[in-house]
Write a protein that binds this ligand. Sequence first.
Ligand code: AMP
Length: 302
Amino acid sequence: MSLLVVGSVAYDALESPYGKVDRTLGGAATYFAVSASFFTHVSLVAVVGDDFHAKDEAILRKRAIDIEGLERTPGKCFFWAGRYSENLNDRVTLTTELNVFADFKPRLPQKYANSQFVFLANIAPDLQRDVLRQVKGRPKLVAMDTMNYWIERTNDELRKTLKHVDILMINDSETRQLSSEHNLLRAARHIFKMGPSTLVVKRGEYGAMLVDKHGVFCVPAFPLEEPHDPTGAGDSFAGGFMGYLAGVGSKSDAALRRAMVYGSVLGSFTVERFGLDRLLSLKKSEIHARARHFSKLTQFTL
Ligand code: AMP
């Protein structure tokens, strides 16, 4: 089944103890779409400026990603710069320039309107809602991400968007910030009152946790000896997760558990190299091999 995503398509400047890049294709929707495209057809809604490079457009075109909803307007692409600490766990945002996203009014191409799986990637919550409003009927599954930038600046808008969402997929510090609860299980209960019925907490090197009415399901992060750049790991997790669900057309408990594993698999590949580099050379066979490895990692008998 087709998967619709709205979010940032950006240029990023990245610094980690392993190196530095001044300007590389990034953005939450980009990482999401590339990761999900291994499993299903993806419809992208975003805006880029006239500085968007043809070689970057080709990266999207070459995959199962429909870019009819990628608008081009005069101005500059969204730009984000971040720096990671020695242990890669902490990062500081050096710059966020919304640029063409500041005045973006998303218009959904007709052929996207029946999307059954929708992901509202990290972007202004009113834009997320705008896209959702243009989808016909109630999709089978709506998931979303957000970050401290929006929790702090547009909290009321964010609360309105959350009312229409089934799965909220955020990291642990965002979970605590949004719910004002330190404990993640208590935070989940708090967040369920805002709209979502499922919370997926992305916990970096500690893996990911899904909480819903059935209980809790956890996956570890794939142990890597040399992670290079965590940028986009969360969006790739979401892409693997939603891509898998849309690919099998299910949101059953068993499918959600497998989706957690495919999310972790895609996130783990992303951090192996800078920016999108590892995803761009990734093969389906490598994804499935790592998923099998995950199964071995967590198998035990009592
Ligand atoms: P992640 O590492 O998963 O949090 O995602 C990093 C990506 O999110 C980068 O490629 C950025 O371009 C993008 N990004 C950073 N800040 C924002 C923001 N405020 N809104 C939308 N996208 C953002």
